[in-house]
Design a protein. Structure first.
Length: 116
C-alpha cells in the first residue's frame, strides 16, 4: 500500500470545516499546527499595523488514492470560486513509514476494497 502526506494550510476559521471534510472521507489522525502567513498583499489595520492572520497547518498520512479525494474536498472549501484562494492544499509522496496504528491501516484497506 502506498501512502502520501497531505498538507493543508488554511485560515483558522476554516480549520474545522477542513477537518470534518477529511474525516468524512476516512482520514484518521490529523496533526494540527498553528502558523502565521506572510503574503504579497499585506492588509492594513488599526494604527498602520499589518495583519496577515493566523493559519492552521493540517498534516495527514493517508493512503495515496484517499489523499486525492481528501485534497479535492478541501480544495472546494479553500477555493469556493476559482479565482479566490483562501489557503493551500498539496500532497507529498511518502517513501518510508513507521508507527502507523494497525487499525488505521485496516481502515485504509477497507476503504480501498469499497472503492474498487
Amino acid at each position: 500500500m502506498k501512502f502520501s502526506v497531505l498538507v493543508t494550510i488554511a485560515p483558522e476559521d476554516l480549520e474545522q470545516e477542513c477537518i470534518d471534510a477529511a474525516r468524512e472521507l476516512g482520514a484518521g489522525g490529523i496533526t494540527v499546527l498553528s502558523g502565521r502567513g506572510i503574503s504579497n498583499n499585506t492588509k492594513k489595520t488599526f494604527f498602520g499595523l499589518t495583519f496577515d492572520g493566523s493559519q492552521s497547518v493540517l498534516l495527514m498520512v493517508l493512503e495515496k488514492k484517499l489523499s486525492l479525494q481528501v485534497l479535492k474536498a478541501i480544495q472546494k472549501i479553500l477555493m469556493p470560486k476559482e479565482t479566490d484562494s483562501q489557503g493551500l492544499v498539496f500532497t507529498l509522496p511518502l517513501e518510508h513509514l513507521g508507527g502507523i496504528d494497525m487499525s488505521q491501516y485496516q481502515k485504509f484497506e477497507q476503504h480501498l476494497k469499497e472503492t474498487l
